[in-house]
Design a protein around this ligand. Structure first.
Ligand code: NAD
Ligand code: UD2
Length: 309
């Protein structure tokens, strides 16, 4: 194993901090670059000499260059993860969600670092493929600044791959859930909101009839994939969906949470959110062909672990 560190941008956030735990457990040295806009220092282990925390912004090219220098690989997760935030403030979120990626590409070129794992999103498909399993060839329809920045980031990473030898491994996450997902905004992941409110006995709002479906993926399973993407001899060419090709409705989700907690607080149905996708499900044949699929954590087991955390 190389003793050069792995840089995790956004490493104090939900996905990043779970990955950092796994990297440290495998004996890696880790650098985290995070501006703590959403992430928290308390998500990271304290007093581990193999972990270096760099407080700052991926939009700061000089800082990114220093953070990348001497690293073995990069996992680029830093982004404003809220689609709504990008709609409300496209200029500022573009700095994090696109310029940040470009800075990572340039810094890697400058320092000869090759492997970069990137967190893209099912948002790049917009409403296309709705109701069927969405494969990677589905026409892209980035309907929001968030989605446009993710798709542009994918293209730039691929350009730097062709032109400068970067080895991007690009994942398009569907709906990831688990411990440390922050429930504090109305646009946080639905599972983080529902579980927190159910545990606190607060009323739960379902937007629409609750028959809408999502393809939920537990964080520990995702971390396994991120580690594989770092380890692989060759980076997989092109983007890969991350989902189970399974549909769970919000009604089914609430029933499972209620089952695990022995009941639910009041559930109110409000108007469906404008632009909400009704059914989102990943065709994961490419994932299965290119990676070893992790043993799937069932929704029930994932929810139980989350409720205990
Ligand atoms: P998160 O908000 O918990 O993590 C993002 C981290 O990036 C936070 O710690 C935040 O402080 C940091 N950050 C934001 N802007 C930054 C900047 N300019 N400079 C430095 N740090 C910055 O969200 P997450 O769910 O862990 O998401 C991680 C990545 O996965 C993001 O790129 C997100 O777009 C992507 N993604 C997540 C999901 C999901 O279901 N959670 C789905 C699709 C894509
Ligand atoms: C997810 C991603 C988003 C983007 C998008 C691409 C998250 C948090 N968001 O949005 O970043 O990648 O996929 O398609 O992963 N809901 C309620 N009540 C609540 C909160 C949500 O009913 O309190 C509904 C919401 O209207 C939607 C469903 O739950 O129908 C899932 O919402 P979400 O915000 O968790 O995720 P999604 O798929 O809209």
């Amino acid at each position: 194993m190389s003793d050069q560190p792995i840089l995790v941008t956004g490493g104090a956030g939900f996905i990043g901090s779970n990955l950092v735990d796994a990297l440290l457990a495998r004996g890696h040295s880790v650098r985290v670059l995070d501006n703590l806009s959403m992430g928290k220092l308390s998500n990271l282990p304290q007093g581990d000499a193999r972990l270096t925390f760099i407080s700052g912004d991926v939009a700061d090219a000089a800082l990114v260059s220093r953070a990348v220098a001497g690293c073995n690989a990069v996992v680029h997760l830093a982004a404003v993860a809220s689609v709504q935030a990008s709609v409300d403030d496209p200029v500022s979120t573009h700095q994090s969600n696109f310029i940040g990626t470009l800075n990572i590409c340039e810094a890697m070129r400058e320092h000869g670092v090759r492997r970069v794992v990137f967190a893209s999103s099912a948002a790049v498909y917009g409403n296309n493929g709705e109701g069927v399993a969405i494969d990677e060839e589905t026409a892209k329809a980035p309907l929001t600044p968030y989605a446009a920045d993710k798709l542009a980031s994918e293209h730039y990473l691929q350009f730097y791959g062709r032109q400068h030898g970067l080895e991007p491994a690009i994942f398009r996450f569907f709906n990831v859930f688990g411990p440390r997902q922050d429930p504090s905004s109305p646009y946080s992941g639905v599972i983080s909101i529902f579980t927190q409110r159910a545990q606190q006995g607060l009323p739960i709002s379902v937007f629409g009839d609750g028959e809408q479906t999502r393809d939920f993926f537990y964080i520990a399973d995702l971390v396994e994939l991120l580690l594989q993407a770092l380890d692989a001899e060759q980076a997989v060419d092109g983007a890969v969906n991350v989902g189970w090709n399974q549909s769970v409705s919000l009604k089914q989700l609430l029933a499972q949470i209620g089952d695990l907690l022995g009941g639910l607080p009041a559930v109110t149905h409000l108007q469906a959110r404008a632009g909400d996708i009704r059914h989102s499900r990943a065709d994961n044949s490419r994932l299965a062909a290119e990676y070893r699929l992790p043993a799937q954590t069932s929704l029930r087991d994932g929810l139980a672990a989350l409720l205990k955390s």
